[in-house]
Design a protein around this ligand. Structure first.
Ligand code: 5GP
Ligand code: ZN
Length: 123
């Protein structure tokens, strides 16, 4: 997609700090992190918003979401449990859709936001 920022990042025409790549997905660090860990997972295929997806996109969407815990683990913010079974660590997974959803870049992306608090979080 011409003039799409994240298509250009996926095509490596614009540099980014890539943390994961396969044939379908790219994950990279957000340029303006809202927390100690702030990653974006995108499909390489241009899809403007979640509302452009249907049931045929379920495998791709599932793959994006399933990547989050792996990225969180590698970034050191996975959920873990202490000896008493109390959870620690953690992160948010978030997709903003459309203007009222706070979306600014119109290429589907999943935010993975976490790390030790306090952090400002997302709009
Ligand atoms: P949205 O509001 O659309 O859900 O989130 C867009 C995100 O993309 C924001 O968190 C913003 O900081 C990030 N972003 C915008 N431009 C760039 C860029 O050129 N490079 C990277 N790595 N992130 C960007
Ligand atoms: Zn795009």
């Amino acid at each position: 997609m011409e003039n799409c920022l994240f298509c250009k990042i996926a095509a490596k025409q614009i540099p980014s700090s890539i943390v994961y790549e396969d044939e379908d997905l790219l994950a990279f660090k957000d340029i303006n992190p809202a927390a100690p860990v702030h990653l974006l997972v995108i499909p390489k295929q241009h899809l403007a918003t979640l509302s452009d997806c249907n049931a045929s996109h379920a495998p791709l969407l599932g793959k994006m979401l399933a990547l989050a815990p792996r990225l969180a683990e590698e970034a050191g913010c996975a959920v873990s449990y202490d000896a008493d079974g109390e959870p620690g660590g953690g992160y948010k997974t978030l997709i903003n859709s459309g203007p009222d959803g706070g979306q600014e870049v119109y290429h589907l992306h999943l935010h993975v936001v976490g790390g030790p608090r306090p952090w400002r979080g997302m709009r």
